[in-house]
Design a protein around this ligand. Structure first.
Ligand SMILES: [Zn+2]
Length: 270
């Protein structure tokens, strides 16, 4: 009888231990579930991706004039894009200037550098006073000699693809252009706007557009269309047009950084 009692006590202790361990495990699981539920493991400090937006002109300096004024379009598109990016927690937006202040091109680049930009986008529109038929978009990456060229060129092509998918036409050839200044013997310089196909003809030792000169981050400049062309104005400079352009730029930004993140994961996995 005494022996049976001992076995009973030991049995009860084992059961009790099992119950305690079971409850403890359950509590831990529940804790982990709550932990996961609130996404705490994702709350590890992740720096936002800094996108610097440069509305090519402001209400002070103005820009090209046509059916609409360039600065109205660059402001509206930049503002729409800023809203889209700020609604996405992955991104932080820095504007090179407010819409009612003029800031020099050099200062815009320096502000982007000070902000540790991950990507810089300058938004403009073209004009042609001679012909309302001249139309189309242009995208300017950094020069091939810039260490940021390949990233800049890659992103510029994403913008081109977005425009093409949306039915916009390039001003010429692929839609990718380079601006290159060559010094003349009299101290002046000549500006060359080259298509991608012409890039081999130049050694690009000279200057380019000031906003594309940084070597710290990829930069592009977009000419959204011609303010002098009724078709471009209707499709890319109306309220809907500016929103469509902003969405296109936003989608390209998302795709660009998603691809970069996937690349990084692949490298880490090796
Ligand atoms: Zn402009």
């Amino acid at each position: 009888m005494k022996r049976n009692f001992k076995i009973l006590v030991i049995g009860c202790l084992i059961c009790l231990l099992g119950v305690v361990l079971g409850i403890k495990t359950q509590i831990l699981d529940e804790d982990m579930a709550i932990f996961h539920m609130f996404g705490f493991e994702e709350e590890v400090e992740i720096d936002p991706i800094i996108i610097v937006l440069d509305s090519g002109h402001s209400r002070v300096d103005g820009g090209a004039v046509g059916i609409v004024n360039e600065e109205w379009i660059t402001e509206e598109t930049t503002e729409n894009l800023r809203e889209l990016l700020e609604a996405d927690e992955r991104f932080a937006v820095v504007l090179t200037h407010t819409y009612d202040t003029y800031v020099s091109i050099t200062e815009r680049r320096e502000r982007a550098e000070a902000a540790n930009a991950d990507l810089f986008i300058s938004i403009h529109c073209n004009a042609n006073e001679q012909s309302a038929d001249i139309s189309g978009f242009e995208v300017y990456p950094q020069l091939p000699e810039n260490p940021m060229w390949s990233e800049s060129y890659y992103f510029a092509n994403m913008i081109v693809d977005g425009f093409l998918e949306a039915g916009h036409t390039p001003r010429k050839e692929s839609g990718i252009f380079y601006v290159h200044y060559e010094e003349n013997s009299d101290g002046t310089s000549t500006k060359y706007t080259l298509t991608e196909a012409e890039e081999d003809l130049y050694d690009f030792t000279g200057e380019t557009l000031g906003v594309l000169k940084s070597e710290q981050f990829p930069s592009i400049l977009i000419e959204q269309g011609y303010v002098t062309c009724p078709n471009d104005v209707e499709n890319w400079m109306s309220t809907e047009g500016c929103q469509k352009a902003a969405e296109l730029y936003y989608n390209a930004i998302c795709q660009y950084f998603e691809e970069k993140a996937a690349e990084l994961e692949e490298i880490e996995a090796v």
